[in-house]
Design a protein around this ligand. Structure first.
Ligand SMILES: Cc1ncc(COP(=O)(O)O)c(C=O)c1O
Length: 386
């Protein structure tokens, strides 16, 4: 035991030396509200995680469904399934215009389940080079040959697919989590169609925001052109968990082969009720006058006037600026936190070396004044760090 623990300590020391040591922090902005820093970091884009209305609805739903227990008590395939889960899946599928939906305990579990199982019957998985870590972990558990294509580069995907023979899956995100840019979905779908590849779209950061909450696939009318979609409840929906949207064939395949679903206790009833309540609210949400769209414009406009700044994103609430170097980006984040803005440095190896960044997430509950204050603080911190 001592020998292993020494190795563990050595690994940690190495991270500290390299400036890549990670530790847990408690975000003041979420726990203390107005007294804490202003939230420019969480994925709570629409403010559902802090919504009093949602909390009230969940409490009411708990009373209405009082006969359902606390935990699900087992894997979905044993004692964990419920009428509540099945009804919720029908509600989610109908909302997103999908034949079916299958709930997973998290977006991470869903991607691991999807790619590990499908990747045992497909010959290839072709993925955007910036695809999320959960897809990588799923691919690692598959037996498929893995090929990457250049980020959002349709010609690069075409080139890769043209050299393959056999069934291929193509993995993309509709809104990239660390870069906030949008995938050229229509063009990617067309290339996949040409080569009979099955495209899977991770909509983790698009749900709730694009296509009246339904995601970018729905916004673009591509529901019948993609093989599967991943929607998470953990970002703009302010809850936890995820669903794969797909046809009944794939749903049954996942129930039979996705090990992250089969060998894990299913989501608690409380979580299912929370997701049901947020979908009830989402279906009547007013998308005609979103504050978040105005804030994205304010951010884009202000950053345009700052010279020598390498901006990230611009079309979604995930924005940011490149500050190369782990120490440098940490210093900028610390200075901004001191000014009362909760922003986080994204360091390498989470992003490639030289592209370290301050990641800024805008929210429906942020104000124009807060965004302007944030920009002023960023400008000051960048000048200071040089
Ligand atoms: C693109 C993407 N896919 C999947 C996930 C995983 O989702 P979850 O947080 O629900 O596990 C995330 C979250 O980090 C993500 O950004």
């Amino acid at each position: 035991m001592k020998r292993l623990d020494e190795l563990v300590a050595a690994k940690l020391a190495q991270r500290k030396e390299q400036g890549t040591f990670r530790s847990l922090t408690t975000p003041a902005s979420l726990s203390t509200g107005s007294e804490g820093q202003i939230d420019f970091t969480s994925n709570d884009y629409l403010g559902f995680a802090r919504s009093v209305e949602l909390k009230k609805r969940i409490a009411e739903a708990e009373k209405e469904f009082s006969e359902s227990g606390v935990g699900s008590t087992g894997s979905r395939l044993l004692s964990g399934n419920s009428k509540l889960a099945e009804a919720l899946e029908r509600q989610i599928a109908a909302f997103h215009g999908s034949e079916t939906a299958l709930i997973f305990n998290s977006g991470y579990d869903a991607n691991v389940g999807l790619y590990s199982s499908l990747g045992r019957i497909a010959k290839y998985i072709v993925y955007d080079e910036l695809i999320h870590a959960s897809v990588h972990d799923g691919m690692c558990l598959s037996r498929a040959e893995l090929k990457s294509f250049r980020h959002n580069d349709v010609a690069s995907l075409r080139m890769v697919l043209s050299e393959l023979e056999g069934p291929a899956i193509v993995a993309v995100e509709s809104v990239y989590s660390m870069d906030g840019d949008l995938a050229p979905l229509k063009e990617l779908v067309a290339v996949c169609k040409e080569f009979d590849a099955a495209i899977i779209v991770d909509e983790a950061h698009a749900v709730g925001l694009f296509g009246k909450g339904r995601g970018r696939v729905s916004e673009l009318g591509l529901e019948d052109e993609v093989y599967a979609r991943l929607v998470t409840f953990s970002k703009a929906l302010g809850c936890h968990g995820a669903a794969v949207l797909c046809n009944d064939n794939l749903r049954q395949f996942l129930i039979n082969h996705a090990r992250s679903l089969i060998f894990s206790t299913f989501t608690s009833n409380h979580s299912l009720l929370a997701v049901k309540c947020v979908y009830d609210m989402l279906s009547v949400h007013d998308y005609s006058n979103l504050n978040i769209s105005r804030l994205i414009n304010v951010f884009n406009q202000s950053i345009k006037d700052m010279s020598g700044v390498r901006k990230i994103g611009g079309e979604s609430p995930i924005l940011g600026v490149i500050v190369a170097g782990n120490a440098q980006v940490r210093a900028v984040a610390a200075a901004m936190q001191n000014d009362g803005f909760d922003v986080r440095p994204i360091v390498s190896p989470t992003v490639p070396k030289g592209t370290e960044r301050i990641r800024i997430c805008l929210h429906e509950f942020n104000t124009e004044e807060e965004v302007k204050g944030l920009i002023a603080s960023l400008q000051k911190a960048l000048k200071h760090v040089g």
